[in-house]
Design a binder for this molecule. Sequence first.
Ligand SMILES: [Cu+2]
Length: 469
Amino acid sequence: MPLLAGALLAAACGRNDEPQLTALQVDQPEGWADELALNVPVDLNPDPNILEIELEAKVADIEFREGLTTPAWTYGGTVPGPFIRAKVGDTIIVNFSNSLPEATSIHWHGIRVPNEMDGVPGVTQDPVATGGGFRYEFVARDAGTFWYHPHINSAAQVGWGMYGPIVIEDPTDPEEFGDELVLMLSDIGLAEGSGEFLPVDTGGAFGDLFGREGTVLLVNGKVRPTLKVRAGKQQRWRIINAARARYYTIGLPGHMLVRLGGDNGLAARSEEVPNLVVVPGERADIVFTPSNEPGETAMLRWVPTERGFGTVFNRPRENMMAIETVDEAPVIPAPIPTELREIEAIDIADAVEHTLDMTIDLNNNDVVMGINGIPYWNFEPVQARIGETHVWSLTNTTIFSHPFHLHGYFFQVLDDSRVPEWKDTIDVPVDSTVRIAIPFEDRPGAWMYHCHILDHAEAGMMGQLYVLP
Ligand SMILES: [Cu+2]
């Protein structure tokens, strides 16, 4: 195991009696990521290949705005919830309890779990009622950056703070990527000058249509935190978009970012990108090389992303995180490997074809979204059999872009201009068709697919896939 991965695992798997607030530090400035620290859960299981934790959903007062508290909905009392880190092949056991005033569940976004662990109430499990619990158990088969969130009343529950990061480490990863940081990007909808939430139906039908972006930007639950960097000293950022509707365009003027991969681990090759877009539900795994002079501070800004009607017009950029270059001699950046992983193209010669058209119907003041014109409550399942490969054409003629997410299976995007990689979430821009290839290799069951603008999913843009044995 490379030294770095070993050190990270040792830091994350400490079996102390108390949860520890910690950032992963190997070779960065003192306290570099203190303001971005995540809550690390206590591993209750002595087996080094089993991570077993307790996780309680509860309302907790959190100070997002200085001097004001917000009754956030949380996992374990923090936003984001505890950082789950394990290695490929580990068993993860989560003894979940619900102390919220309403039912909830946990969906393990991007992880190839058995169907009964997928956390979809009414489909794969009963809702976890107030005072109830559920034991989630699955094997982490794949390396990558994942996350967890509820799959019931999800626009509200996610919007109020319910999400947490997951990193599954592959001990055979190349180690030249620098010290590692999880950046969970989200926002929270607070009334002006207040710690109180905006009403859940803010904006009415237009809120459904546009998707409700929060009013306060958060990075690891913090408003404009500061990250300390040393000039030239690389950091690997695992970015997760946990916002209910907001797209993020990540860019730092004067800095080049190198994308290593995203949803389901490394891509086939690394690529330099001037900036990158991370849509709701999606992840990006990048290397950031600080190139400012010692003593300078740069701002990582939220930049409006064109995702349809009115999403860019007149909207200002907003500061998201300060990047402070400490007053130390620069170091020479390490070369980043180009070839990262062998990813075979999916054989689509005998693929079953489906078209999934994302649709919006406006009737007076009522917004109904759907797939092929059918809202979720009337869904007609797509059927597949184990062993089949499907090609789905995701089409979008609506006035908004839709980040499409498939549960349970990875897919590849059929687009020769893209570096090959495995994904579970893909943007389908306005007036476009995105073709994805999905091998159904195992795990029959009923799986969801939906728009990850959670207001759209709840307005009906969701369907079910039946994978038959
Ligand atoms: Cu959508």
